[in-house]
Design a protein around this ligand. Structure first.
Ligand code: NAD
Length: 426
């Protein structure tokens, strides 16, 4: 896609994740005076693969699904990024998510480029056997493009450590040897890392604590609302509660619950692991999930999907701090509105980077066949996250930028530098 044809929404139309990603890059490019050619190169994915996935269902009939893998940038190392199983997956969404991975890895100074993958599928509509066949066929179609030295997948929406085990096994069978560095987010028994399952959530919560400390002196006694109660949201709510933050409201795709005196998060986690949803939790009252975004709390933590804060609802946000556990939850229009209202937004590429940091640790451990303790993983994770937080917040203060602009500028500068020293081939 060229910049000339890059998607610019018509007035009033919703911004897609790709519009948002392109606009964020354009802002950073302008701030650092990037030449048009380099800007165009960074706006264009390096490689895109779309594969069809024939699926034999349990009842014998055949259907064909579509999967994608986009490697946005490879200048700093192999590509890295999750795999999403969701009915909303399309190539443009994967392109946006891959670009954000490039900036996230560069911002955290990980030796990776950025990638993302996905299959357009409703995972809940399939048996375990069907999900395994989808995963294995998707992996095998991409086998020439992924692997420890090329592109390392990880879990995202709708996928988990079981999916990663199937991917690792499929690639290992294809190569005729165990390849534990092929994916991250694997089960511990297959060479997964201690601390990986909770890494994104722990990072989100620690960054939120740092942002609350800056905004109101301390996180202790602050109030919070968490949107999404999956792999990221659950742990974020738990770690926030452990840090003394009162989590008053939580939602998932099925509904929302609130309790002004604070929700017992471990009890809610038990309820969700049995029922699959926050709905029906006896320890809180049901309410409208859209209202969660407008609650009068100190901290709002979107941990679900893209584009949930947009021009139509950002005026109603009353939180002082928004910490983006999800990728791309805030459109550029909403970003402007929140900034004008004095709301501090900690961007996704910083706030939710804990997952890819520990994925990097997992890859390093797998490549060396030498495993670290949970304490080592967590202390190295937190030191990297807090270093990035201080770098971004001080760059934002110095240049009078938003945290998002400061983070994107730092990341884009690192990627541009890698391109500059490598030169252009041929
Ligand atoms: P998940 O599938 O485990 O959980 C998603 C949660 O969001 C579920 O509780 C779902 O019910 C809820 N949800 C979906 N739509 C919603 C809506 N409209 N309103 C409220 N809740 C809704 O996925 P995850 O791994 O937790 O990922 C969540 C977000 O975090 C995604 O944007 C993902 O890209 C991002 N992320 C994930 C990781 C990771 O390590 N898993 C790392 C970085 C970023």
């Amino acid at each position: 896609m060229s910049l000339a044809t890059s998607p610019v929404p018509v007035a009033g139309a919703a911004e897609t994740p790709l519009h948002v990603a392109h606009r964020q890059l354009a802002t950073a490019a302008e701030r650092i005076g990037l030449d048009a050619g380099t800007h165009r190169m960074l706006a264009t994915p390096r490689r895109e693969m779309t594969v069809s996935i024939p699926l034999r269902h349990d009842d014998g009939h055949l259907s064909v699904l579509t999967g994608h893998r986009v490697q946005h940038n490879l200048s700093r190392g192999p590509a890295k990024g999750g795999v999403r199983f969701s009915p909303h997956v399309d190539l443009d969404e994967v392109r946006a998510l891959a670009m954000w991975m490039t900036w996230k890895c560069a911002l955290l100074d990980l030796p990776y480029g950025g990638a993302k993958g996905g299959v357009t599928v409703i995972p809940e509509a399939h048996s375990v056997g069907e999900l395994e066949r989808i995963t294995r066929r998707y992996t095998s179609e991409l086998a020439d493009f992924i692997g420890p030295e090329r592109d390392i997948p990880a879990p995202d929406i709708g996928t988990d450590e079981r999916t990663m085990a199937w991917m690792m096994d499929t690639m290992s069978v294809a190569r005729g040897m165990a390849v534990p560095g092929a994916v991250t987010g694997k089960p511990i028994s297959l060479g997964g890392s201690h601390g990986r399952a909770d890494a994104t959530s722990l990072g989100v919560a620690r960054i939120a604590v740092a942002a609350l400390a800056e905004a109101r002196g301390s996180a202790s006694g602050a109030t919070a609302a968490v949107q999404g109660f999956g792999k990221v949201g659950r742990g974020a709510a738990r770690f926030l509660a452990e840090a003394g933050v009162r989590v008053e409201a939580v939602s998932d795709q099925y509904g929302a619950v609130r309790r002004d005196s604070g929700i017992d998060i471990p009890a809610l986690e038990k309820h969700v692991s049995v029922t699959g949803s926050v709905v029906g939790f006896a320890g809180a009252d049901p309410f409208d999930g859209e209202e969660l975004l407008r609650l009068d709390v100190d901290l709002l933590t979107p941990c679900a999907v893209e584009g949930v804060l947009h021009a139509g609802n950002a005026h109603g946000v009353r939180a002082r701090v928004v910490v983006e556990g999800a990728n791309g939850p805030t459109t550029t229009a909403a970003d402007r509105i929140l900034h004008d209202h004095g709301v501090v937004v900690v961007p996704d590429i910083l706030a939710n980077a804990g997952g890819v940091v520990v994925s990097y640790f997992e890859w390093v451990q797998a490549n060396q066949a030498y495993w670290w303790s949970r304490e080592t993983v967590e202390s190295r994770l937190l030191s990297r996250m807090l270093d990035a937080w201080h770098a971004v917040s001080s760059a934002a203060r110095t240049a009078d930028h938003t945290l998002r602009d400061a983070a994107t500028v730092l990341a884009v500068e690192r990627v541009v530098e890698a391109h500059r020293v490598r030169g252009l081939y041929p």
